[in-house]
Design a binder for this molecule. Structure first.
Ligand code: RP5
Length: 164
């Protein structure tokens, strides 16, 4: 199975990134995690992206906050799918990171999830691998089924309480 690369701009992003790692572990998808910054360690970020395909990665998740150029900088150096997680910080409620991640110029796509949306980033990465992996696709379907069941149970409780 292809690996998922996870890159974060700072170790301060780890509490958010951990949700992606938990989801990948839940599905048994192998991954590597690194701290590479588009601004503080641009050479290492570039090297990781440029060699990711030959090292067996199938997609890369990049998480960063503030002027969050990491996902774009990674995308500039690989044709693997890149998923950006805008990480919220003290100011602007994560809008700074969201716009820095999502507003990529034409020809250089980054699939951006919600602010701090690390679990969805992992699910999207798994969906990418599941294009050619039926076992993973079945696990995704089962997770959706369980998720729907949970919502239906909540609905039933609400209906019983308020619809008399
Ligand atoms: C970004 O700056 C990082 O991704 C992090 O979200 C933010 C703050 O980094 P630290 O100052 O906490 O290292 O590059």
């Amino acid at each position: 199975m292809k690996k998922i690369g996870i890159v974060m701009g700072s170790d301060s992003d780890l509490p958010i990134v951990r949700k992606a790692m938990d989801t990948l572990n839940e599905f048994g998808v192998p991954f590597e995690v690194h701290v590479y910054s588009a601004h503080r360690t641009p050479a290492e970020a570039k090297e990781f992206a440029a060699t990711a395909r030959e090292k067996g990665f199938g997609a890369i998740i990049a998480a960063a906050g503030m002027a969050a150029h990491l996902a774009g900088a990674i995308a500039a150096n690989t044709t693997l799918p890149v998923i950006g997680i805008p990480v919220s910080s003290k100011y602007f409620g994560g809008m700074d990171a969201l716009l820095s991640t999502v507003q990529m110029p034409s020809g250089m796509p980054v699939a951006t999830v919600a602010v701090d949306g690390a679990a969805n980033a992992a699910l999207l990465a798994i969906q990418i691998l599941a294009v050619t992996d039926d076992t993973l696709a079945k696990k995704l379907e089962e997770k959706r089924r369980v998720g729907a069941q949970t919502v239906l149970e909540k609905n039933q409780k609400i209906e019983e309480e308020f619809n008399r």
